[in-house]
Design a protein. Structure first.
Length: 273
């Protein structure tokens, strides 16, 4: 490689590096995935991303990509962005920042129903239960596994997590099914449950699954963080973004509360990692 070419590549790297003048905070997010994100900037991850960008003195830019299988491969690892908000801590293909919150799966029921909080509740054998599914297999999410371990299968109905992408916020369909009486209860990822249950008429009740695990190897709750690539400089960049999250902890907690995110952590106590 010629010295001119090497110098050109070095200059390009310096211009895009964290801390460079005129820097960008490049985010990859789903354009139709409330309450997390949408192209109009109405999701809580949009709002938190804006806070981080302002703290770092960066311009916030987005690459929009439907959050399907292969999302990280086609976005973060393809170099289209530097940060993905809202990934579980422990995701193998990315390095997490400080956690934003800890949430879990929750039972969604109509307001007059006796609350359910455990998969061992005997009523589940007779109720029509909705679970979120990914792909064509309705038994591949933690709640589906927890139910099938108890032999609760025939009365379970799957709702696609991805849903009909031509409609707004397709994951809301499972919560709407409870409100419309298609099913008696649904087990839904907490932020989705809290946000969409509050928007039904009348609002639905949301009860986090307790305990937040099923057996020794099936977690039902997760720490959620921003994430960056796993490369040589990722640790410093993750700490920088995590520092911005820590400095605005109270503001972020207020945003999460306004979106109805049910939490298993205590707001303002999560530390930067």
């Amino acid at each position: 490689m010629s010295s001119v070419c090497r110098n050109g590549l070095l200059a390009l790297a310096l211009l895009s590096a964290p801390g460079a003048e005129g820097r960008e905070l490049r985010i990859c997010a789903d354009p139709n995935n409330l309450p997390f994100s949408n192209q109009a900037g109405e999701g809580f991850e949009n709002r938190i991303s804006a806070i981080v960008a302002a703290d770092l003195g960066a311009t916030l830019t987005y690459t929009w990509w439907a959050q399907r299988r292969g999302f990280l491969r086609n976005t973060l690892h393809a170099g289209l962005c530097d940060v993905v908000p809202g990934l579980p801590v422990g995701t193998e293909l990315a390095r997490p920042t400080a956690p934003l919150y800890r949430s879990g799966y929750a039972f969604v029921q109509r307001p007059d129903a006796p609350p359910i909080s455990s998969f061992d509740d005997p009523r589940l054998k007779d109720l029509r239960i909705g679970v979120q599914m990914v792909g064509n297999d309705g038994y591949n999410t933690p709640p589906a596994h927890a139910l099938s371990r108890r032999g609760i299968v025939q009365n379970v109905r799957g709702y696609a997590l991805y849903g009909d992408y031509s409609t707004p916020h397709p994951p809301s369909r499972i919560v709407e099914a409870v409100a419309q009486g298609e099913i008696d209860t649904a087990v839904v990822w907490g932020p989705l449950a809290g946000y969409f249950a509050a928007r039904q008429s009348p609002p639905l009740q949301v009860t986090l699954v307790n305990p937040p695990f099923d057996g020794a190897r099936l977690p039902l709750a997760f720490d959620i963080a921003f994430a960056v690539r796993r490369d040589d400089d990722a640790g410093a960049f993750a700490r920088e973004v995590g520092g911005a999250l820590r400095r605005h902890r109270a503001e972020i907690d207020a945003i999460l509360a306004s979106y109805g995110v049910p939490r298993l952590d205590t707001p303002t106590t999560l530390e930067t990692r």
